[in-house]
Design a protein around this ligand. Sequence first.
Ligand code: AMP
Ligand code: TRP
Length: 329
Amino acid sequence: MKNNKPVTFSGIQPSGELHIGNYLGAISQWVDMQGNYSCIFCIVDYHAITVRQDPKKLNKNIREIAKIYLALGIDPKKSVIFQQSSINEHTELAWILNCIARISDLNKMTQFKDKADKNQEKVTVGLYDYPVLMAADILLYNTDQVPVGKDQSQHVELSRTLAKRFNKRFGQTFRIPGLKLRKQGANIMGLDNPEKKMSKSAESKNNYIALTDAPEIAVKKIKKAVTDSGSEIKYDPKNKKAISNLLTIYSILDNKPINNLEKKYKNSNYGKFKDDLAQIVQNFLKEFQAKYNRINDKQVDQVLENGADKIRPIAKQTIQRVKSKIGIN
Ligand code: AMP
Ligand code: TRP
């Protein structure tokens, strides 16, 4: 990891299936950043256990996420892929940052409020503290950029706040990370409801296209997707939310600017546009799934082990620096 490239860090939880929103908002950015950044991509298993997990399924999901990263184009020769729990310094730094973070910081976190709302009684301390562990992930590796979807912006902002507060109190220690959002695609909306983000916890499976959906199922979901009134294919996220969302998906998957697509479909109706988009989604899934199926568990274990070995020294250096600043070395 010794080069002068800026550092990028991001991660996804190994809980449940991923959908094209995760790819379009987060992972597609990661793929594009390889080469220009020192890239570190994490499987955040300690975040996953903030809600109840079946141990066997969790263990399987960890490898599955690694396979998904690889099959979507994260190249272990260029990027580090690793499992959060294999580097102890994540939880160690999280504890120290817990003593910098204030209850008032965490009380502002909208994701916690949304999740806790649904389950007041059973919500864990870990879920409340989740953003502090995320800040530890980011700050441990002197991260410059954190490429995520829009729903994570508040958490990245918290990591900036904690880094600045620590630096102010103890002297320059942490680099201040930047948030990296896609201009378009940072917030992919549900296919059945373009008012709300695409989410794996949505009530209907027609809300999202899972990366593991059979291509024929994905085609059906696109054809069923809600459209707006009128018939024009125009990017107008205020007044034409549904079609703007579909245009965004098309544009990223097919690597074509939205205004080219608007021109292409100037004289077409929604039907033709959806047929073409369905074909593109189908091709994307077929290619992804073929790659995914070729990766075996042994390969994955090797990638994860090598990844952790490569970056462990950075984590150790950071924690030493932090401990010496606060007087416990
Ligand atoms: P999750 O595991 O769903 O919390 O998200 C993993 C990554 O995907 C994070 O960077 C999220 O911000 C991103 N993401 C999740 N849902 C969407 C969405 N609907 N649109 C864009 N990005 C998303
Ligand atoms: N909270 C992120 C999510 O749910 C996952 C995550 C954990 C993460 N640690 C991170 C993302 C560090 C970016 C950087 O999507």
